[in-house]
Write a protein that binds this ligand. Sequence first.
Ligand code: ZN
Ligand code: ZN
Length: 452
Amino acid sequence: MKLNAKRIKRHMVRTYEFWQMNLRLLVIAEDQKKLLEDFSAKLPPSDSGYLAFSYLDRDLRIAFLGAADDENDEYEFFDTKEVVDIPASAVPNLLVRIVKLNDELAENAFIQQVQQEQANNVLAMSTLTIRALDSQRDPQLPFRLRALRIEDEARITELIELQTLRRSALEAAEEQAAAAARKDKKTKKKDRELAEETGEAATEDEAGPEEVYEDDSLLPEINIADELAKVLQELWVYDLTPANNGSWCAKLEADLSGSKFKAGDLVHVELRCVELDGEDLALVFVVPEAEVEDVKIEVSSYHATRLPWRKAYELECLTNHDFRETYYLGRNGEDSKLFNKIVADIRYGRLDPAMYLDLVQKDDVSLDFSRELYRCRHCGDLHVTRRLRLVTEESSMSEPYYCPRCGERSSQVKRVHIASLNCPKCHSPLDMKPEKVWYASDEEDDSILLED
Ligand SMILES: [Zn+2]
Ligand SMILES: [Zn+2]
């Protein structure tokens, strides 16, 4: 079989972040086999390279699922029940091409099993999408997070005030120093001109040590980081998940001293965002005094002021007769069938993980949905997908859409642009029949009928 993949350059495994490699296929060329020597006894034989699957378990794993030829993109899954997988950290220098998952590849039993496991664990997966937390994660075990416990809140406020005071004093001192340096430069220039006139060599290195400007507000001389360390206890948590009322919770790696909490217990967590060198960082604080909130999800169907038109678009390539398709778009009133399917997808963890953050944390989430036409940005494939939007009072968020054929991102084709689409096969303009209205049949079979 042939991969319908976008061709990208090969990169070393270690240059990818865990979230770039989760649920991806890896094409490993034949010349890379030497890097797999340690595992060669375990790996199934292949005349070419390998088709592997990278995914996050506790750590990032690479499973060898088949043989692949990096030159012509031909691949074949191995015909074995036992799948060999190794930690990605064991082969940091391995050169791989990353390929996105599409419908055909996702039929593989091992891939389905991994997807199911991740869906079962979707709340912990959802917080892996928060990039601001990456620096707090254990690089080998991304579910494991460095956290802090505040032992003396008042002292921290005091230290922060002190730090602000010191910072403004330092800035004032720096300004003073800069002004002095400018003055100094002017004087030096004069000196040099004078020296040139008198024939003496100007001495550049006579500048001497930089002048230090003392300021009483810089005292007492304490190291803020050391002081903070005294009132903050560092610890590790894992499986951070969103919880109700905008809160978070995580499991403790070890017993929490001075509390009833034991290793493995759920504990209330707060995320605090700070900006450091222009980068957003989220710090994880364990708050054992606060109650651990529930993680239940409640949604309703969005009441739109106007429902999307349910129309059928019949498109045909009259130039080469190689394409003919009818797309049923919009929504059949309340469409409780589609709504129930979406609710089932939420329950079984099948939505995009990032969507679970709002689903759990906000209590006013409603679902806006309809069938819409999408076009792949890479291969041009046209397909109808349900468009799903989570709407809350202050925000809305759409599900990302991927091409079922090649796995790249798809974009919605606006209704007004459908008439001007080109044939996905031969690129000639398509002919569009007059639009018709459709309705969903009451039968269980999901069939769609056209109105006369
Ligand atoms: Zn595509
Ligand atoms: Zn055509």
